[in-house]
Each structure stands twice: as C-alpha cells, then as structure tokens.
Write a protein that binds this ligand. Structure first.
Ligand SMILES: [Zn+2]
Length: 250
C-alpha cells in the first residue's frame, strides 16, 4: 500500500503521543475519582446539615425524609448540570481550535508542513529527519490534522467529548454522599435517628476526608479531621438554627 509509510509513522507518533498522553490520561483518570470523592463529600456535607437542621426543628420522620430526598435531588441535578456545562464548553473550545487548524491545513498545506518540521526541530530532531517526518505525516489530511492537534495545540482529539459521562458521574457522586445521613431515617425516628445520622455522617466524613487526603497526598489523618470538623460545624449550626426556628415558630 502506498499509504503504508505514513500510517506506520503515524502509529509511532500516536504511540509516543499516547505514552505522553498516557500519563496525561492517568491524570484525567486520577482526577475523575478525585472529582467523584469531592462530589460525594459535597453531598454528605449538604445533607448532614439539611437532615439535622430539619430534625432540630421537628424530628418527625416524614419531614426529615422529604427534606433529605429534596436536598439530594436538588444538589445532584445542580452538580450534574454544572459539570455538563463546563465540560461541554471546554469540548467546544477544543473542537473550534481543531477546526481552525483543519482550515489552515486546507488553505496552506506547505506552510503547515514547514511548521510541523519546525516543531520537530524544536524537539531536537535533526533538520533533514524533521523535514522527512513532516512530509510523510502531511500526506494525509486526517493524519496531518491529528499530528498538528497533538503537537501544536496540545489537544488529544480522542479525549474530546465526555460531557455526558462527567455529568452522570457528578450526579451519582453527590447522591451517594447525600443518601448516607438520610439513610437511618428510613428505619428509625426521633432521637435514635438523629444519633444514627450523626454517627453515619461522622464516619463517612472521616472516610471521605481520608480518601481525599490519599489523593492529594496531604496526609490522611489531617484531611479526615478537617472534613469531620467541617461536617460538625455545618451540622451543628443548622441543628441549632433548626431547634430555634422549631421551638419559636408558631
Ligand atoms: Zn498547524
């Protein structure tokens, strides 16, 4: 096949791109679980406060369950929508950059080939070899575009288009965190449910804090305590406000 040298070289470029992009991809994969844990932390903090705030006003099961479920859904949808919008905006930005590059390749392919050779020279490839590589990779539009996107724009075209998945992940991450302090209220009521909510909320705050600490490498114990402190302050304040409003409300 006449396209064979181009394809072979492209494979090599993509493999090296993937080795580099591979480490970038690990970062992306590393940041997806991190985002999920942070989302679960948000859900937990929100609903620990909400559940105990309502429970402070009136420890009736139906009222607390309604508030907890509403808080879970409102927060999860809000997180998902925010993530969807921001990832989609980023995708559109990258697509527009790739479109501009495609147009340049169509209108002035010689200049783009010189540009590609210059990028390889800048990476330490001897001039003759850089010219050869640039000429071979410029022979096919799709391959030339992919190479320019990676080298010139620093964009991995394969990584564009994951807004839906990011939104769904955010939704479930928040929901999982939010369900924890609400869970006891499906089986218990009154003081027993309040105590169970506090215990579950405290344990989950420590576990999530420790996990965040493991991701960021900032010390598991410290982040666990910090998360617990945040949950305690938030839940303590809303419980106090709930108690005041509950006893003084007509
Ligand atoms: Zn270019």
């Amino acid at each position: 096949m006449s396209a064979s040298p181009t394809r072979n070289l492209w494979d090599t470029v993509r493999r090296t791109g993937r080795a580099r992009g591979g480490s970038r991809h690990r970062d992306v994969q590393g940041s997806a679980p991190r985002a999920a844990v942070l989302g679960a932390g948000d859900g937990l903090l929100t609903n620990v406060s909400l559940v105990l705030g309502v429970a402070g006003a009136s420890a009736s099961g139906p009222a607390v369950r309604l508030a907890g479920v509403a808080g879970l859904l409102a927060g999860a949808f809000s997180m998902a929508a925010g993530e969807l919008v921001s990832v989609r905006a980023h995708d559109e930005l990258m697509r527009r950059e790739i479109d501009v590059e495609a147009e340049e390749l169509r209108t002035d392919p010689e200049e783009e080939q010189r540009e590609l050779a210059a990028m390889y020279r800048a990476r330490g490839v001897p001039a003759d070899d850089a010219n050869t590589v640039a000429r071979i990779l410029s022979a096919e539009h799709a391959i030339a575009l992919d190479t320019h996107a990676r080298l010139e724009l620093g964009i991995d075209p394969d990584a564009v288009g994951s807004a839906g998945a990011a939104g769904v992940t955010s939704f479930f991450a928040f929901a999982i965190g939010a369900i924890l302090p609400l869970f006891p209220w499906f089986f218990l009521s009154g003081v027993g449910a309040i105590v169970a909510s506090i215990v579950v909320g405290a344990l989950a705050a420590c576990a999530l804090g420790a996990t965040i600490g493991a991701f960021t490498g900032r010390g598991v114990g410290r982040t666990a305590l910090r998360q617990l402190a945040a949950a305690t302050v938030a839940a303590g304040v809303t419980f106090a406000v709930g108690t005041l409003l509950g006893t003084h409300a007509p």
